[in-house]
Ligand binder design. Structure first.
Ligand code: RVP
Length: 498
């Protein structure tokens, strides 16, 4: 007979990992993980598609650390595509598709373009994309600002002949040329003199600084972007693909929905879109995960209600404790070779390893990254301490039209609610302490995971998945796990108390 109370759901605080025999040294440990069927990350961290967490700055910082950011969708299609473009154009070595300018542009145009793309110099090309010169911000300094509107790029640029490199130049050869000629920038040209790329000294330094960076086949940083399934969702998806997005991420609180499953199917079938990776979600059950596996999704994202600012479980009574949800979803995904993303509810680095042992390949983080320097928004000072705003995408603020237009309220089934007073929110607005740069937070998270792997005796993420064993704990054990019976005097960089 049907037993309505058939299952016990467990979450991070209900379990610990058993220590296992280990003969590993720190250099043996490799945190490389599969994000999707075709993409891997050196660091299994994904930043949440939330408007107080991931815009281009966060996405750039995440990719440099070896993870990836998912750009939120509470903004127009054009603005979101522009953010994709900003990440893809971030310098990482050889820029295969540099921003250029025409010789007839004015210095005013140049100044605007430099600000828009945050670059300081442009190759100048003709209508056939042939390199005819180079111009940098420095060239502006010798023209009074009053003349910028009337002065043309061709009048102040450094014209050809310039020192250039061939299209397929190696890193070593490029370094030699940059050094020999004391160049800041080296344009690359093909046999017909067409611009084929650009190398800057700054990029070379950056690419040495971030050895784990997540890059696409052309050496550009990888980036994800959130999509829905309602209204102009298809147009959003295809515009993001045109902008060069690496992975589209279904961004909805309840993903086990016909329209979304059909959209994933279509994205993976259509010759114009199927080369891009697509993540389905969110689900909390084995059946939900199976629907996306069957639809051809490249990964499945799990999490119904665990988020730090989420009230779905109290407002609707629906949800699945996260460790159980991930475990159940993995039962459908693992046999099909489809990676799982554990989205939401993580509070400490130790939970990354717990999520992986439960069946995840990567984790998506909101609150743990909120408050870092690279999140959107300003720091606010309260009683002498710095904070940043952090809000649910289902909060009043994110769904109402008071601030600016909400593009993403269909995430919570509210697409047609136009009167703010009638919105039923599933999230809250909050603030979190300012945390400094993402790199220090990421360092603690990855460091914590390294220690997990050492304790369990797992050299790789697949080994951690295979070897990891849980022990279920009681609330007395949880109390024992945290610092207890003392007064904490100094916060640790990875522990600020409960
Ligand atoms: P957390 O890491 O616990 O902050 O959770 C982040 C996740 O919470 C997001 O990736 C998303 O799935 C979910 N979320 C975002 N907004 C809301 C809400 O308003 N309920 N939930």
């Amino acid at each position: 007979a049907h037993d309505p109370f058939g299952r016990l759901g467990l979450t991070y605080d209900d379990v610990l990992l058993l220590p296992g025999y280990s003969d590993l040294s720190p250099a043996d440990i490799d945190t490389t993980a599969r994000l999707t069927r075709e993409l891997t990350l050196r660091v299994p961290l994904v930043s949440a598609a939330m408007d107080t967490v991931t815009e281009s700055r966060m996405a750039i910082a995440m990719a440099r650390q070896g993870g990836i950011g998912v750009l939120h969708r509470n903004l127009s299609i054009e603005d979101q595509a522009y953010q994709v473009d900003l990440v893809k154009r971030t310098q990482t070595g050889i820029i295969s598709n540099p921003v250029t300018i025409g010789a007839d542009a004015t210095l005013e145009d140049l100044d605007t373009r430099a600000g828009q793309y945050r670059v300081s110099g442009f190759p100048v090309v003709d209508a056939d994309d042939r390199l005819i010169g180079i111009i940098t911000n420095r060239d502006l300094r010798f023209t009074p600002a009053a003349e910028w509107a009337t002065t043309r790029v061709r009048d102040v640029m450094t014209p050809m002949p310039l020192i250039t490199g061939p299209a397929g130049i190696s890193r070593e050869e490029a370094t030699l040329l940059l050094r020999k000629h004391k160049l800041e920038r080296l344009p690359l040209v093909d046999a017909d003199g067409r611009l084929a790329g650009l190398i800057t000294v700054k990029d070379f330094v950056k690419s040495e600084q971030f050895p784990n960076a997540s890059k696409d086949g052309q050496g550009r940083l990888m980036v994800g972007a959130a999509i829905g399934y309602f209204g102009d969702a298809w147009q959003r998806a295809t515009t993001l693909i045109d902008a060069g997005v690496d992975v589209l991420v279904a961004d909805t609180a309840h993903g086990n929905v016909r329209m979304l499953i059909e959209m994933v199917e279509r994205l993976k079938r259509d010759p114009a879109t199927r080369h891009v990776q697509v993540i389905g979600g969110n689900v909390g059950t084995r059946e939900g995960a199976q629907s996306f596996v069957d639809a051809g999704a490249d990964a499945v994202k799990v999490g119904v209600g665990p988020g730090a600012i989420c009230t779905t479980r109290v407002v609707t009574g629906v949800g699945v404790p996260q460790v159980t949800a991930v475990y159940e979803a993995a039962l459908a995904c693992r046999p099909a070779g489809v990676p799982v993303i554990a989205d939401g509810g993580l509070k400490y680095s130790g939970e990354v390893g717990k999520a992986i042992v439960a069946g995840a390949d990567t984790v998506m983080l909101g609150s743990m990254l909120a408050g870092t320097e690279e999140t959107p928004g300003e720091t606010i000072l309260v009683n002498g301490k710095q904070y940043k705003d952090f809000r649910g995408m289902g909060s009043m603020a994110a769904m109402s039209s008071r601030g600016k237009k909400s593009y993403s309220k269909d995430r919570y089934f509210q697409a047609e609610v136009t009167d703010d007073d009638l919105i039923v929110p599933e999230g809250i607005e909050a603030r979190v302490p300012y945390k400094g740069p993402l790199s220090t937070v990421a360092h603690q998270l990855v460091g914590g995971l390294h220690q997990t792997m050492f304790y369990v005796g797992a050299r790789t993420i697949p080994e951690l998945q295979a070897k990891g064993r849980f022990v279920r704990i009681t609330s007395a054990s949880l109390q024992e796990s945290h610092p207890h019976d003392v007064q904490m005097t100094v916060e640790a960089p990875n522990y600020a108390g409960r």
